[in-house]
Design a protein. Structure first.
Length: 96
């Protein structure tokens, strides 16, 4: 599918759309949570003091790195990496 300038546009699949919707919902949820219950700095297993938003950001970056490493080192089903990424994000948000 060519764009107006002859550029290729990104093909949106339902999985891609679901990913961006999930990230958007997480940001909206974290914003609402922060308004209702302001966050306090927390020191967990991460080597820095963080807030909930910091831990969400670090968790999302970690999930991206898990997926990239999965693609680099194996050709197995990517859903396994997705489950592992969810575990990483949950761990960083909860105990980070």
């Amino acid at each position: 599918m060519d764009g107006a300038n002859g550029l290729e546009w990104m093909a949106w699949t339902p999985i891609t759309a679901a990913f961006f919707v999930a990230v958007g919902l997480m940001l909206i949820g974290m914003t609402a949570w922060g308004v209702l219950q302001p966050t306090a700095p927390h020191k967990g297993f991460l080597p820095i003091v963080t807030t909930r938003g910091d831990r969400l950001f670090i968790g999302l970056l970690s999930a991206a790195y898990v997926h990239l490493a999965w693609l680099l080192f194996t050709e197995d089903n990517l859903w396994i990496a997705s489950v592992a990424s969810l575990a990483v994000v949950a761990s960083v948000i909860r105990w980070g």
